[in-house]
Design a protein around this ligand. Sequence first.
Ligand code: F0G
Length: 432
Amino acid sequence: MRSQLQCMECGQQYPIDTVIYNCNTCGGLLDVQHDFDALRKTISRETFDERLGSLEAPYNSGVWRYKELIYPDVDSTCIVSRPEGNTNLYRSLKLGQWAGVDTLYLKHEGENPTGSFKDRGMTGGVTQANVLGMKRVACASTGNTSASLAAYAAFGDMKGIVFFQDQQIALGKLAQAVAYGAMGIQVAADFDRNLELVREIAQRFGIYVLNSINPFRLEGQKSIIFETIQQLRWRAPDWIVCPGGNLGNSSAFGKALYELHQLGFIDRISRLAIIQAEGANPLYRGYRRGFNTFAPVRAHTVATAIKIGNPVNYAKAIRSLEWTNGVVEQVSDQEIMDAKALIDRQGIGCEPASACSLAGTRKLVQMGIIKPHETVVGILTGHVLKDPDATIAYHEGRLADIEAAYPNRLHRAEPSVEAISRILSSDSVRQA
Ligand code: F0G
């Protein structure tokens, strides 16, 4: 049986080539559902281990290495791949110590072709656009999705159209969208309103929507989990900790863990910890109330990537939490920026939203939820170069309401050996 689209609420199925984002019957979110009974007979861990280091497309991609778990029936000639994935999993003793755990890994999704995890979803979404013969693709974005869409649309010879708020889009991301040739539309409205607009415009003009409401995006993002667990020799860590904005990643992670377990690739499911910024925390608020009500929030945070108040994948994220016995926590902008400074100082580097993973781990250890002996994988979602303004403003003490705990101030010097010598010998210059 071929893969199908299936409503997560009422189970209604649709052919895989239907252009649809919500169930026609009940409005529920859709999943790409594969025939696992058939797959179980044809793939094993070895299938994927043998493809490691492959030089051939599509298996040279860290997404399409797992093609059978992402989009088994797709014709390989339709795949639009840079290739993406194959990102590093760093073990950090120092950051583990700071967070309070013995074994901390950071999976650096900022090492994807456009500098964020979005590329893993975008290869899935743009490939489906190709299958469907779509010529125009669009998204609303806090920045990274637009950078990724712009690049993949250009690479796949399609027209990219990106909507974003007319302020607070990190410069690196904005520059990418413009450079890769997407049509950029700056709207005087937040991400949540932009997402509504893009969906209406797409419907009117027959444009394919590539936000994470698109289930093919989430199929690609599952590969973050597949690759991490393969890098750990198929041992699922105790915890996977990630930032939550529109909740596409959290949704994909839960599905990936559930499916790996169903297929017998792992013998237990890692617990998922979704970390939100305090000022953009609708999932956290719902979690605290046992998810009996949902109220969008007006979002504010220094981590502009996750400045989202009405996450479209809310229901799927709750399902992920159920599947993984997961938890939700929130961290302040201060905690985010301090954790980022420490990740940066290790030479690893990330953008602010990513640092939720480390800040959240530390908080959950302090609360006694994550135990010091447990293995934690924190997901770094974006590259340090995405948001240079936030980095410099932190170190110069220019971020409102944030007192940098780990500043690295720039020095100014007259062009003389004496002046520079004075700086080098001053107490403030550390030897290490
Ligand atoms: N981290 C970064 C760097 C992001 O760009 C995003 C989302 C997230 C985390 C949150 O992931 O939405 O799957 O919960 N950025 C989107 C964008 C919304 O438009 O680039 P999520």
